[in-house]
Design a protein around this ligand. Sequence first.
Ligand code: KG4
Ligand code: ZN
Length: 333
Amino acid sequence: MSVILAIESSCDETSVAVCNNGKITANVIANQTIHQNYGGVIPELASRVHQQNIVPVIQQALIDAKVSKKDISAVAFTRGPGLLGSLLVGVSFAKAFALALDLPLISINHMHAHILAHFIEDPKPNFPFLCLTVSGGHTQIVLVRDYSDMEIVGETLDDAAGEAFDKTAKILNLPYPGGPLIDKHAKKGNSLAFKFPVPQIKGLDFSFSGFKTAVLYFIRDHVKENPNFVEERLDDICASVQYSIVHILLNKLRKAAQEYGINEIAIAGGVSANSGLRAALEEEAQKQHWNVYIPAFEYCTDNAAMIAIAGYHKFLKKEFVGQDIAPTSRMEF
Ligand code: KG4
Ligand code: ZN
């Protein structure tokens, strides 16, 4: 019997989930709208809002899961990577909660948890599988051998795919986070209307900084000729940018699958909510005979259910940490 309470606070979502014997019974997410007008997450504001949200979110999760504090077996929390001020709120709360109730603590890597979100519901991928993990801060191809044995075989040398979406949105005067809005407009546009350069990066790594600059110059040049260019062609611009990003990602994923001879392919992280990426992956799966695993929308962007399921698998192995644990912004720990 195990009831894991899990806390996620790495960026701008305060989330708490409960995992009861391997099943998610609560997943409460408080989004922070305060960052919308700034074009990105303001770390100082994010940590203050986590501080306000954490207690009500914990209380709601316990109500949803129909458990009380005395039923909890362990407390799992995101140790990193993420914004240090934001992580500090979740880590400190988890430590205090565990200390008060004399419970074991479980430290979780946020990027591993995005991948382990695939073990919340069926169908679950078979080990070893390749996971394209695409979020606001990371773009990686990960070889997943086991719940805790993961190797990054390709990653971005500069910006993340989510940043390419968010920065394009900012150039187009769309509010943060822009990814979902680009997706929405792309559905109404022509993805072949405009062409953007594909970065030529060796191996399985990615680069999006040149792409972002190309979009910036493209918009600037067209607006010089027609000040209403963005308003008039917004759907086509969004569709074309999305198409390019999706194809940069899929080209490398195809290469990785060939190199490692693996046909179990998953996607994870906020950008895996993108409808263009989801559709293109399904199409590629047909061509390449891949078994693809695409998370439910609620488990793509940041959530504590993924921390809870990752915590459950560590709980089974009794992988606990002491009260001296501290948050980290490092990817590997
Ligand atoms: O995983 P996540 O919630 O947070 C991080 O760990 O970074 O990912 C957030 C990122 C943002 O860049 C957001 O714009 C992007 O995921 N995103 C999307 C979509 N939904 C979220 N990007 C493209 N299309 C979407 N539908
Ligand atoms: Zn994330």
